[in-house]
Each structure stands twice: as structure tokens, then as C-alpha cells.
Design a protein around this ligand. Structure first.
Ligand SMILES: [Zn+2]
Length: 270
């Protein structure tokens, strides 16, 4: 009883917090003169964009938000990052920022923000597919699950790996641009994990140290039993992968993550 009440009060406080953040932490404007790249179109014909900073470098890093469209804060975080990177010079790294891989889900989330129940709407694409279960990997299954709070909810992963345009466009983009390191942002959970390779593990621990978020080891990740994830696809395709769960659903979390993101870039300087 006490626990339920505490949970309800918590939801309520978080709801107001989300409402406040969404009202006052609006999307930032993008600066003029960005190197914009179109990946193609979502299922509902919304264009998906990435922005490039620096050129002709060996190390190519991609920062990506909004694979789950309801994780609105991750998209704001990418906008903050774009504004920060604009006009700066980079040594030996080429950086790509993709603010939102799931624009159809985002549109749904903006229409129904659902502040007081944790922002449920807009996680999936418009075919109701969880894009982070739709990658063509050895474990792919058409049905899997995700944890919404402490509930284990069943999710649809699509008919086959890459049945959805958004996941396929991302995989093509990574291959076409020779991306070697991919940071994918989710919310919320204050947790970080990485693919099994040494570089990803090192970068994951650096990010943990700078944010104070919790490190999720491989064994704990395996226990969740997720299939067809981008993490697994990266492991099977030689891309180092780091996944960050931000602190809040609706806020950018830029203050907490700024030094870790800059560290992630500077790590590769000569
Ligand atoms: Zn997510």
C-alpha cells in the first residue's frame, strides 16, 4: 500500500517535471550552414536527417537520438550537441549527429505526451514495431519484450529483420559512411552499456565515469533476453556501440552528459 502510494506520488512529481521541461526546454533552432545528409523517408514519409562535422578523418562517430520516438529528451540532446559542435574544428574525427531515427513515433509522442504515465506513446514506428528489435541479427524474432517501469511488456519486432524502413536506413547509413563508433541515446534510466569489443567497453566506462550513471555489464544485458537489437547488429558488423539511458524522458540531459560527450570525441585526438 505504502509502496503503491509512493509510486503514484513519484509518477505525479515526474509528470509535472516532464510538463515543465517540455514547456521550457523547447527544441533548439538548428544553425545555418550545416552539412545535412538525408537518409531517406520513414514509413509515414517523414524525412530522416543526419548532420556532419569535420571531414576526411579515419575515426567516424555517429551520435543518434530518438530510435524510440517517445524518448523526446534524446532528440533535444542531439539538437544541443549540433549547436555545440557547429563552427568548431576537429582533429582526426568525423562526427555525425542523427537527432531522430523514428520521426513517426516522435509525432505521436508530441501529440500525446502522456506526462503522468511515463510517456508511453510514440515508442514504436507507425507499423507498431520496436525499431530497436528490428535489426537483422542472428537472434531476430518477430516478438520480444521491453520493461516499462517494472512491467514486462510484449512488443512486435516486425515480420523480419529490417522489415522497417527506419532500421534499414540506419544500417545503410552506418555502412555507406564507414561509421566505426555509434552512440545511441535512450531515456530514461541513468544506465550505460557497450558492445563487447575492447574499444566500446573503454568508451562505455569513460562515459560512466563522467556522468556517474550506472554501468551495465554484458551478463546483466544478456539476462534481459532482447533480440534483433542495434547492439547485436553492431557486434555482428564490427561497429563499436555505446548505449546511454538519459536521466529524464522530456529534458535534454545536456548538463549531465556534455563533458562525457566531449570526452567521447576528444578521446580520439592524436
Ligand atoms: Zn529507448
Amino acid at each position: 500500500m505504502l509502496k503503491t502510494l509512493k509510486g503514484k506520488v513519484g509518477d505525479f512529481v515526474r509528470g509535472f517535471h516532464g510538463l515543465y521541461q517540455n514547456k521550457f526546454d523547447k527544441y533548439l533552432m538548428l544553425p545555418e550552414g550545416l552539412a545535412e545528409i538525408s537518409l531517406g523517408y520513414s514509413n509515414e514519409d517523414r524525412e530522416i536527417f543526419a548532420y556532419r562535422f569535420g571531414a576526411d578523418a579515419k575515426i567516424k562517430i555517429l551520435f543518434m537520438g530518438g530510435i524510440h520516438g517517445n524518448e523526446v529528451g534524446t532528440i533535444k540532446l542531439m539538437y544541443k550537441l549540433i549547436n555545440y559542435l557547429h563552427g568548431k574544428r576537429f582533429l582526426g574525427v568525423e562526427i555525425y549527429v542523427l537527432p531522430c531515427l523514428n520521426p513517426d513515433g516522435l509525432a505521436e509522442a508530441l501529440e500525446s505526451p502522456d506526462y503522468f504515465s511515463g510517456g508511453r506513446y510514440g515508442r514504436f514506428n507507425s507499423n507498431k514495431v520496436d525499431l530497436n528489435r528490428n535489426f537483422k541479427t542472428s537472434s531476430f524474432e518477430p516478438e520480444n519484450h521491453w520493461f516499462f517501469g517494472d512491467k514486462n511488456v510484449s512488443v512486435y519486432c516486425g515480420e523480419s529483420g529490417f522489415s522497417e524502413p527506419e532500421s534499414k536506413l540506419l544500417a545503410n547509413f552506418v555502412k555507406d559512411h564507414g561509421i566505426s563508433i555509434l552512440y545511441s541515446f535512450h531515456s530514461r534510466g541513468k544506465e550505460i552499456m557497450g558492445s563487447r569489443d575492447d574499444l566500446a567497453q573503454k568508451l562505455t566506462l569513460d562515459f560512466v565515469e563522467k556522468t556517474g550513471y550506472k554501468y551495465v555489464p554484458e551478463e546483466s544485458w544478456r539476462k534481459m533476453g532482447q533480440t534483433g537489437t542495434i547492439k547485436e547488429w553492431c557486434e555482428e558488423n564490427g561497429v563499436s556501440y555505446i548505449e546511454i539511458e538519459s536521466a529524464t524522458r522530456f529534458g535534454s540531459d545536456w548538463k549531465n552528459q556534455k563533458s562525457a560527450i566531449i570526452g567521447a570525441i576528444k578521446y580520439h585526438y592524436g
